[in-house]
Design a protein around this ligand. Structure first.
Ligand SMILES: Nc1ncnc2c1ncn2[C@@H]1O[C@H](COP(=O)(O)OP(=O)(O)OP(=O)(O)O)[C@@H](O)[C@H]1O
Ligand SMILES: [Mg+2]
Length: 452
């Protein structure tokens, strides 16, 4: 066995220390020294077993897609799991990561050998969940273990086709002194698992925790190591969960799938377009709709805004499920181009139902919700607002406008406000209002426009 030693390397300047230091003596950065394990192997050169190949001689038969329990999940993956790939599933605590993976594991274990390593829960807890979800999983191999060396040894012995590790933050490599979840542990463990997945052709799914800011806990390098990063999001207090890929070496990243958390587990919803609207049928000031496109899905999203007097010297701006900087930009446009003054107002903007989207097409709906609340007016008809707002207050074109309009018609909207698309657009089922400036939208689509 090769002899291993540890060294601590500053991630800022590369300074190397034989022991841990809180502050780097070279660049004075705090908490940047990360433990790294080095193996002292024989340096004797031996002829390499590797060699160059021509693309035509490479056999990709082995890289076929393996379908999960659900078509929606397969779409997000780009058509299913790729043999030997390494997938990271990240999400907030309690969002349903273990639930969906148990459903995946149960389904796959009917045809393949699947190993589920639980590092956070006992095997009894997993069995209880399986019972609750009515998943027989008779062939599923369960292991409760945190030590990565033991896990690798057992996996090499069992040779499963699928491996699930729940979670990467709960396992540790015994050669590192730091505790599980530490940056160096996560990085080292991920590297070892990558090697295992690729060398033994085991399709591996890692569960990853997210931190307070919603980013994957641990080093950024974790996202570089894996082939695919899936985010499971939504609000714990809502039943809907959105799964999307933020990185995929085997497919596109703009697909999204929606699940509902039920007693029986996560149930896919193939047409989620109406889910992210409030149940209220009545129009209220501060609430407008937009149509957003996520991969192959068009979703009608409701944007709510609340504008109220502030008791602070600097007014508060809060954006839930939306791009914060974008919301600030829209407020600035409304002030400079329309003439509003929000300097004495707190402003809260929210995407209903736990959905989050950074689509520029939401701009118009964000602006109209703010104006609607500030002026205490409502859209004169059941309206959907679609369009990006430029800094001069112009409404800019967005893609797939026809699909968006189709979805508005399907959900019974009476009017859609869109950017000027060059040619006149008409539809007998819905009034289409093409606009060039934010001021025009405010003038033409709200019941009263006094004070503007
Ligand atoms: N008995 C139950 N009936 C219905 N839903 C349940 C039940 N128990 C748990 N849940 C749902 O499952 C969710 C927890 O799911 P799960 O354990 O898969 O989450 P997780 O993302 O793995 O969490 P963690 O990060 O803590 O491991 C709960 O938030 C709840 O919504
Ligand atoms: Mg879990």
């Amino acid at each position: 066995m090769s002899k291993t030693t540890s060294k601590w390397t500053c991630q800022e300047c590369g300074y190397i220390s034989p022991s841990y230091l809180g502050k780097c003596p070279e660049c004075n950065s705090w908490s940047t020294l990360i433990e790294e394990v080095t193996s002292k192997k024989s340096t004797k050169l031996s002829p390499s077993e590797n060699s160059f190949l021509t693309t035509s001689s490479i056999d990709i038969e082995n890289l076929q897609r393996i379908k999960s329990f659900d078509k929606e999940l397969d779409n997000v993956l780009g058509g299913g799991f790729v043999n030997g790939s390494l997938v990271l599933l990240a999400g907030e605590p309690g969002i349903g990561k273990s639930t969906i993976l148990l459903q995946v594991a149960d389904h796959l274990s009917n045809k393949s050998k699947v190993a589920y390593v639980t590092a956070e829960e006992s095997i009894y807890q997993v069995k209880l969940r399986a019972q609750r979800l009515n998943l027989p999983g008779e062939n599923l191999l369960l292991l409760a273990e945190n030590n990565l060396e033991t896990i690798i040894e057992l996996i090499e012995r069992e040779k499963p086709q699928f491996l699930i590790i729940d979670s990467i933050q709960a396992i540790y490599h015994p050669e590192l002194e730091s505790s599980a979840g530490n940056v160096s542990q996560v990085r080292e463990c991920a590297n070892k698992i990558l090697h295992l997945a690729k060398s033994k052709n085991i399709t591996t799914i890692l569960v990853g925790h997210v931190n307070k800011e919603g980013l994957i806990a641990g080093p950024k390098v974790l996202e570089h190591i894996v082939d695919t990063v899936l985010y499971f999001e939504g609000e714990k207090f809502h039943n809907f969960r959105v799964l999307r890929a933020t990185k995929n070496r085997f497919g596109c990243t703009n697909e999204l799938s929606v699940f509902e958390m039920k007693d029986s587990g996560l149930v896919p919803i193939s047409n989620p377009s109406f889910l992210f609207m409030s149940q209220s049928k009545e129009a209220v000031p501060g609430s407008t709709y937009s149509a957003i496109v996520e991969g192959s899905k068009t979703i009608i999203a409701e944007v709510q805004a609340l504008v109220g007097g502030t008791s602070y010297t600097t007014p508060r701006r809060v954006a839930n499920g939306l791009d914060y900087n974008r919301v600030l930009q829209i407020i600035a446009i409304l002030e400079r181009r329309v003439g509003f003054n929000f300097s004495k107002h707190d402003l809260f903007v929210n995407l209903v139902g736990g959905l989050s989207s950074y689509e520029p097409a939401l701009d118009l709906s964000i602006a109209m919700s703010i104006v609607s609340c500030k002026q205490d007016v409502i859209p004169s008809k059941k309206t959907v607002f679609i369009g990006e707002i430029g800094l001069t207050g112009e409404i800019r074109q967005v893609n797939q406008i026809e699909n968006r309009i189709k979805e508005c018609i399907k959900l019974g909207f009476e009017r859609v406000v869109i950017p000027d698309m060059g040619a006149k657009m008409q539809n007998s089922k819905i009034e289409i209002l093409q606009t060039k400036k934010i001021l025009d939208v405010i003038r033409h689509s709200l019941t009263t426009t006094q004070n503007v």
